[in-house]
Write a protein that binds this ligand. Structure first.
Ligand code: HEM
Length: 411
């Protein structure tokens, strides 16, 4: 009789605790001289068909549902003051952490693909696919706050005090996502005048140190973009042709603002200053100046501009889609930050968070300042209408096209 069936029939007849069934499976396997499927499952801590599970892969065991579904332990129950909504609070956070895990899983593959030099074009397609998945997950995470908000502030107060000083601020997976995407350390909003790691356990802190030791996606993207062919146009270059066109456009804009009598002199001055600053930042791309307000290197930004402008060229199309998907991911993370901040304001008013921050104000500031691929968004300042684009030199245009030759059937 197969080991699984033997176990099931034993269990049907004798009421055994899960623990003793587990021991029995291991012992039987040893006696029979081999580690069968049931014993392996038992060794791995799974329930061995407590209700006579059919042989083979079993839904509950495969998904480790015993572990998963016994992991919601309300603190209010333990305190002897059960609060109905704490179950929702725990479940929603746990679901978030599962999705964070999936996001990190996708990032691992994208990073590995982009660590290669050169990056295989097929891997770029795969990376776009993974990042698109990350974006869809993030969209779901924004919506999930609707479920959280079915808990009212009064319901939350039933158990909030039991949570001190724990906070979502301590989510190591969330921090790892930020770090691996490339949020620069020096742009983080100060929290309690201490680095965010000070609120974490040693294990989580070490995990994040390790995450910061490998190149972030932003750095990998920078390296990949910097190697983009087609930026050098032979005798001239994309930079010379395009730079002149943009400077001309922005200078004309500044002239228009200066001559605009419909707006106040203060507004005129502010707008002129903004255009002058845009011109300075544009020049910095090509001069790679140290005080530049860009995160990526000059060559990478120049390539991103070329890709954005000439995206209809077949050779640049995948790269364009990649940049768009990264912006989708960044934008939806920001959306989550705003949405979470709004929820916190509704839930807490101006109370401080359980983790000790100013709550809503701190979270709003992260929404405004914790963007990652911000350079890609700023490129729009320097786009000019298609009609004013410098034409591609013929040799470059040919290099960017795919040609599929079809053999004509013999007559
Ligand atoms: C009743 C619901 C919630 C409230 C009142 C709340 C409140 C807060 C507050 C006040 C902070 C700032 C740090 C602090 O002082 O504690 C914070 C941070 C955070 N929360 Fe929530 N939160 C809620 C739900 C969630 C959920 C469902 C998640 C999903 C994982 C989450 C994830 C985070 C994260 C990742 C941070 C750190 C944000 C950053 O530093 O950029 N929170 N939360």
């Amino acid at each position: 009789m197969p080991l699984g069936k033997a176990l099931a029939s034993i269990q049907d007849r004798v009421t055994l605790s899960v623990k003793s069934a587990t021991m029995l499976a291991i012992m039987l396997a040893i006696i029979l001289g081999g580690e069968g499927h049931a014993a392996r499952r038992a060794r791995d801590g799974e329930t061995v068909g407590a209700a006579g599970a059919p042989a083979g892969c079993y839904y509950g065991s495969y998904l480790r549902l015993d572990q998963l579904l016994s992991s919601q332990q309300p603190a209010s129950d333990a305190a002897g003051k059960p609060a109905h909504d704490e179950m929702l609070f725990i479940t929603v956070h746990q679901v978030y952490e599962l999705w964070f895990k999936q996001i990190l899983h996708e990032l691992t593959r994208v990073e590995a693909d982009f660590a290669a030099n050169p990056v295989d074009d097929r891997q770029v397609v795969r990376a776009i696919h993974s990042l698109h998945r990350v974006h869809e997950i993030l969209k779901l995470l924004v919506h999930q706050l609707d479920v959280m908000e079915t808990m009212t502030p009064l319901d939350f107060l039933d158990f909030r005090d039991l949570l001190y000083p724990a906070s979502g601020f301590q989510s190591a997976q969330f921090r790892e996502i930020e770090i691996r995407l490339g949020l620069p350390r020096d742009t983080r909003i100060a929290f309690d005048r201490a680095p965010f790691e000070s609120k974490l356990s040693d294990r989580d802190r070490e995990r994040l140190i390790r995450a910061g030791e490998t190149p972030s996606l932003l750095q990998l993207l920078d390296a990949w973009l910097s190697r983009t062919p087609f930026v050098d146009w032979g005798g001239t270059s994309f930079r010379q042709a395009y730079r002149a066109a943009v400077v001309q456009m922005l200078t004309a804009d500044a002239e228009k603002v200066r001559g605009d009598t419909q707006i106040s002199s203060n507004q005129r001055a502010a707008e002129t200053l903004a255009i002058e600053s845009a011109l300075k930042n544009f020049a910095a791309i090509f001069e790679d100046s140290a005080d530049a307000a860009w995160r990526m290197s000059g060559p990478a930004i120049e390539a991103a501009l070329l890709i954005t402008l000439y995206r209809d060229e077949p050779a640049l199309n995948q790269a364009f889609r990649l940049l768009q998907t990264l912006m989708d991911v960044d934008e939806t993370m920001t959306l989550w930050r705003y949405r979470h901040a709004l929820m916190v304001s509704r839930m807490l008013g101006v109370k401080v968070g359980t983790g000790g921050s100013s709550g809503h104000d701190y979270l709003r500031a992260t929404a405004e300042r914790h963007g990652i691929f911000t350079d890609l968004f700023r490129l729009s300042t320097y786009l000019i209408p298609r009609s004013a684009l410098p034409p591609l030199p013929a040799a470059i245009a040919r290099g960017m096209s795919f040609v599929y030759e079809t053999k004509q059937p013999a007559e």
